[in-house]
Design a protein around this ligand. Sequence first.
Ligand SMILES: [Zn+2]
Ligand SMILES: [Zn+2]
Length: 243
Amino acid sequence: MVGALVGKISRWALDFALPPRCAGCGTIVADVHSFCPDCWKGVEFLGDSGCSTCGIPLQATEQATCGACLARAPRIARTRAAVAYGDLARGLAIRLKYGRKVAIARTMARYMAPLVRSDDEPILVPVPLHRSRLWQRGFNQSALVARELARTTGLRADPYLLKRVKRTPALKGMSLRQRRKLVAGAFKVKPEADLQGRTIVLVDDVLTTGSTANACARVLQQAGAGRVELVSWARVIKPMQLS
Ligand SMILES: [Zn+2]
Ligand SMILES: [Zn+2]
């Protein structure tokens, strides 16, 4: 008990002694888990803007929901990302992925938390890695973010609810069709999970086409889940979509 107390005090002393640094460039800032004014200017915060369903920036002719979502409701009922994928967003994602930086996960969670709706007490579920990749890297970066997001929102995170049973190659440069084919059958829900009617919020670091998240949503719904949403740190947005 004394040991735990000493640990707490020394952690507090460390927090106190080290001034908070910008998550982008490392200069000293006033507030923990934030950005300096220069980095702040370089980040495009997406927040709750865009299509009410898929979150893609809306065209001038569209109102709350984009034409594509109106024509065919996507499997994921609501997709949100904190920032648009750019230099700074990528830098943070890479440092998290290869450095197990809890402080980075905390910074991401800080900007993702306002995008999580907690009215129906969703379970936060990170997009899983295949065990071979988990073994190489030692941790799942999305699980780190989900844990910090759970701390911030008070919601429950379950990093073991979904399992990646098929190792998929990097999807970069592949067409949507190829991606869908590769991730089909890649995920499984743990057999003892009781998801009947539950809302699930998938947590990911970087969202590109959404085919991976879609495959996750599919098995969750097959296992009885109700609504599935997705909150990610960054989202790749094509320049043509930013008008
Ligand atoms: Zn900075
Ligand atoms: Zn949409």
